[in-house]
Design a protein around this ligand. Structure first.
Ligand code: AMP
Ligand code: MG
Length: 425
C-alpha cells in the first residue's frame, strides 16, 4: 500500500489533475437569497439587465457643460439643476451649464462636468477658473460604458464575494442560482481525543481539529459534516468509514503516520480504496494520504449530489499539519467539487523581515506558520516573519500566524530581505 513519496510539485500536479476531472461533473444547483450568497459559487452567469450605467451619470458635484465652451472661460448661463434620483433634464443649450450632483443624469448636449471647486458662480452664470481646462468625458461615465444590456458580466463558476454581490444587486438579482455545496465528511481519529466541552483526563487532549477543519471546509465552499470521532482500532474506523462514504469528500485527521495505532490506511484499503499517494516530501504533513473510494461503495446519495466518487484525504493529526495539508491539497479538490473555476492554493510574495531559523530538512518543502504584515498603505512590500513554535502541535503559536512561509526543498538559508513565497489561508 505504501507508494513512493512524491515531491510537493508532483503531489500538487496529481491533485490538480484530479480537481480538473471533478470540475467537469454536473453539480446540483439551488436558488439562494443574494444577501446570503457570500461564499457560494454561481451556477448561472450574471447578465446585465440594462446598460451600466443606465444613463450618462456625473461622478462629481459641479456643472454639466460643453468642455470646449467651458475651456474658453466663457460665462455660461445657468440652466436648471439636477440631483441624483431626478429624471434626465432637458437637453442643454449651447452657452449654458446645468448644476449637477454626483450620480445625477447628465443632460444631452453636455459632454463634461466642471467640478464645483473649479468654477466661480455669480449672477446666475458660471465660469471655469484658470488654469483649469475641461476635456470631453471628464467627470462623467457614459451610458453603457461599463456594460451593455445582455452582456455576461460574471461566468458560472465564480465564487461570490462582496464585490460580486454588489454587481448582482445592481443587475436586479434578488436571488442567484448557485451550486449545491459538496458535503464534506470530517472524521477525526484518536483514542486521546475528547470533545471541546469535556475536561481532558490524564493523557487526553481536546479535539481541536474537528472545529478547525469545519471552518476550513466551510471557507473552501463545502458543507461540513462532522462525524463522531473514531477510536484507534479497526472496528471503530470501519464503522466510521462506512458512514463517511456517503459524502462527496472525506477528510480524515490522524492515524496516517507510521505508528502502531495509525490504522487509517488499512481501514481505507478494506473499502477497496484507490490510493493516489501515501506521502509527500513536505514538512509538516509528510504522511498525507490521498485517494478515492470506489463508486460501488456509494449509496443513492451519489445521485442526489451528482458525484462519481468519494475522494479522501488522510491528514496527519497534528493541527498545523492538518491545516497545511488541507490548504495545499484538499481545498483545491473541494473548490473543484464546489464548481469554483479557480481552485487554490493561493501563494503570494513577501519580503522576509528576519533571517529564518529552522533545523535543516533538505529534500522537504516546508510550510512554517508565519505572520505577514500586508503593507500599511505606504507602498512597501508585505513583510513576513516566521513564528517560533514547539512543533506542529503548537496551536498557541499557530493562532498567532496568518500565513505559512514556504521554505524550498533545497533548504536554502533564507536571509532577512529575501523575497519569499507565502501560502495564504
Ligand atoms: P496522529 O496523526 O494520529 O499520529 O496524531 C499526531 C498528533 O496530533 C498527536 O499528538 C495527536 O494527539 C494530535 N492530534 C491528532 N488528532 C487531533 C485532533 N483531532 N485535534 C488535536 N490534536 C490531534
Ligand atoms: Mg492518532
Amino acid at each position: 500500500m505504501a507508494l513512493p513519496l512524491l515531491s510537493f510539485d508532483e503531489a500538487s500536479a496529481m491533485v490538480a489533475r484530479c480537481a480538473s476531472r471533478l470540475a467537469s461533473q454536473t453539480l446540483g444547483r439551488e436558488r439562494v437569497d443574494l444577501a446570503l450568497s457570500a461564499g457560494r459559487v454561481l451556477a448561472d452567469p450574471i447578465l446585465a439587465d440594462s446598460h451600466q450605467p443606465p444613463f450618462t451619470r456625473s461622478t462629481r458635484d459641479g456643472f454639466a457643460c460643453r468642455a470646449a465652451e467651458a475651456s474658453t472661460r466663457a460665462l455660461l448661463g445657468l440652466a436648471g439643476s439636477v440631483r441624483a434620483g431626478d429624471p434626465p433634464p432637458p437637453p442643454l443649450n449651447s452657452g449654458a451649464a446645468c448644476e449637477i450632483m454626483t450620480g445625477a443624469p447628465v443632460p444631452d448636449g453636455a459632454d463634461a462636468v466642471a467640478m464645483i471647486e473649479h468654477v466661480e458662480v455669480a449672477d446666475g452664470r458660471v465660469r471655469l477658473l484658470p488654469p483649469r481646462k475641461l476635456v470631453p468625458g471628464e467627470n462623467l461615465v457614459l451610458r453603457g460604458a461599463q456594460a451593455h444590456e445582455g452582456d455576461e458580466l460574471l461566468p458560472a463558476g465564480t465564487q461570490i464575494k462582496a464585490q460580486q454581490i454588489a454587481l448582482a444587486a445592481s443587475c436586479g438579482y434578488r436571488f442567484v442560482e448557485v451550486f449545491v455545496r459538496p458535503r464534506v465528511a470530517i472524521l477525526t481519529t484518536g483514542d486521546e481525543l475528547v470533545p471541546v466541552d469535556v475536561v481532558p483526563g490524564p493523557g487526553q487532549i481536546r479535539n481541536s481539529n474537528a472545529p478547525m477543519l469545519e471552518a476550513l471546509v466551510a471557507g473552501a465552499g463545502g458543507d461540513p459534516w462532522i462525524l463522531p470521532t473514531a477510536a484507534d482500532n479497526a472496528a471503530s474506523l470501519d464503522r466510521a468509514l462506512e458512514q463517511a462514504v456517503d459524502a462527496d469528500l472525506l477528510i480524515i485527521s490522524g492515524g496516517v503516520s507510521a505508528g502502531r495505532f495509525d490504522l487509517v490506511e488499512p481501514a481505507l484499503a478494506r473499502l477497496d480504496a484507490k490510493f493516489h499517494f501515501t506521502g509527500v516530501r513536505i514538512q509538516p504533513g509528510k504522511p498525507l494520504v490521498f485517494g478515492e473510494l470506489p463508486v460501488h461503495r456509494r449509496n443513492d446519495l451519489q445521485e442526489v449530489h451528482g458525484t462519481k466518487c468519494c475522494c479522501f484525504f488522510g491528514l496527519p493529526g497534528n493541527p498545523i499539519s492538518s491545516a497545511v495539508t488541507f490548504l495545499l491539497f484538499a481545498a483545491p479538490v473541494l473548490s473543484a467539487l464546489a464548481g469554483n473555476r479557480s481552485p487554490g492554493p493561493r501563494f503570494a510574495l513577501a519580503k522576509l523581515a528576519e533571517d529564518t531559523s529552522h533545523a535543516a530538512k533538505p529534500g522537504l518543502t516546508r510550510f512554517l506558520p508565519a505572520h505577514c504584515t500586508f503593507g500599511s498603505g505606504d507602498g512597501k512590500m508585505a513583510r513576513v516573519s516566521q513564528i517560533s513554535m514547539q512543533g506542529s502541535g503548537d496551536v498557541v503559536a499557530f493562532a498567532r500566524s496568518n500565513c505559512f512561509l514556504v521554505i524550498p526543498d533545497d533548504d536554502a538559508n533564507l536571509k532577512k530581505g529575501a523575497i519569499v513565497r507565502i501560502l495564504l489561508p
